[in-house]
Design a protein around this ligand. Sequence first.
Ligand code: ADP
Length: 456
Amino acid sequence: MGRLIAISNRTAADASARAGGLAVAVWESLTATGGIWFGWSGNIVKDTPAAPDVFTDEGVEFVVTDFTEAEHDGFYLQFANRVIWPIFHYRVDLAHFGNTDFETYAAVNERIASLVVPRLEKGDSVWVHDYHFLLMGDYLRRGGWTGPIGFFLHIPFPSPEIFKALPEHEQIARAMCEYSVLGFQSETDRSNFVRYLTENYDAIDDGDGWIGVFGRRIRVNAYPIGIQADAFEKAAISARAKTASSRIGKFLGGRQLVLGVDRMDYSKGLPQRFEAVGKLFDHFPATRGKVSVTQIAPPSRSKVEEYRDLRIQLDELAGRINGDYGDLDWIPLRYLARSYDRRELAGLYRIARICLVTPLRDGMNLVAKEFVMAQDPEDPGVLILSEFAGAAEQLSDALIVNPHDTYHVAETIYRGLEMSLEERKERWGKLRRTVVEQDISWWRQKFLDDLDADLA
Ligand code: ADP
């Protein structure tokens, strides 16, 4: 393979940002093959951005640009995060359609493509990431690039009925078909996209991942993203993890820990999860005083109205549950709106008897995989996983739930608390095998092999 050219909104230009899963995978590929990483500098300027900042780190070249205030607003805050994000997570009700935001979104895609095209050389492969850059392939083609371009969508792709709520759906879908390889997190996402194309544009599904549409043949596949499984396993027995386990252990005082770890986002199903916790204490009185639920949820995008509303809703629900069920020496539901170091999180996962991963919709959900890798093989915990997380396709040995059915979630928590050591070990062993085999390197290789095949 020649050079790899990566394009994503945030890059790992800052070494501390290389800890995230995507950043690790892209960084590893770029250092292996040599290449360039394009993206946003993280800075916002008043008007016209200066020339991009270009620098090299460990043989990887970075080309990052500032956004103007208008770009940051229309492209990032509005179209990407208040139109695509809610719609792709099936929340058409939360989408805000502005008049000019799509134009700004398209203009930013075009501007970044114009930084990329002059730097491309024959033999390069381009890898574009995520919902910020759905149109990038089209602009690269218009700029004259005919080589391979892969695209990976980290978030879900909705069913066609929902996707069509997006006024620009056709323009976006046509642009997506300019990529050579289109990657989705799950078979569900892939089949949603293919069904949209076959129902509306007579696409032909040739099998083996090939689709014929708009006079082109493109490869469309599911590539479920993994984690750095071995590194996470080690993190869970690090000194920092042990300190975190013992700190929360003191608070637990022998009670069982039921843990949730999510960014505070409406896709994560936190209000429904809190309702389920209320039902657990209501319908399964044996759990009162014996179980402590801790939800870690650092606020994200807190300037956006929908996120502020969610925060208020969670504060109210947690207050009510603690008011109804709490006692002098017991806080039933603790919720901590802050971030933790990943080794500390690993320590918390390890001590938890149950991890609640119950999003209403999630591209993959890496917390589920991290929880699996952090377990003590002699006393593993139980994963409760939403059927609407991409991870459910791979992790079918978890206890799978419908997060809207809060009584059933409560029942499943109870079942997890009662589960025999033998059953916990058996389920965990199968989950672990999958997470180890289909880790981040497996994901990267699977995607890049397909992109490479396009070169041949
Ligand atoms: P999303 O990308 O939608 O936030 P994922 O579950 O796929 O959801 O990934 C979330 C990542 O963020 C995981 O790696 C997880 O460890 C991390 N994370 C979640 N909550 C916290 C927190 N409170 N502190 C630190 N990291 C967190």
